[in-house]
Design a protein. Structure first.
Length: 95
């Protein structure tokens, strides 16, 4: 699968994944951004809590996002997002 195809498929894949939960709470903090002309990079730390409909054990994950951006026509756009999950607790969904 080409990178463009993956990027187009991600919103649908995320929707399917998140529908498995009654509630989610995602936090992205401590953003470190470096701007170089019309490109930029960032790292932010994340914690995400996922609660199933029956209220049983939550699935909680943590890690960071490494992102790249490009400015075009006066607007910044993501060009790359990498999620590095480094820990999790609870019951992860089965795929």
């Amino acid at each position: 699968m080409q990178q463009e195809e993956v990027a187009e498929a991600m919103p649908r894949a995320q929707l399917i994944l998140l529908r498995r939960f009654a509630r989610t709470h995602h936090m992205s903090t401590n953003h470190q951004v470096q701007v170089m002309d019309d490109t930029a990079t960032s790292r932010s730390y994340l914690q995400a809590v996922h609660v199933p409909a029956d209220g049983t054990e939550h699935w909680v994950t943590g890690g960071w996002y490494d992102c790249e951006f490009r400015r075009a026509d006066g607007a910044w756009r993501f060009t790359r997002v990498v999620l590095s999950m480094v820990w999790q607790t609870g019951t992860a969904p089965q795929f």
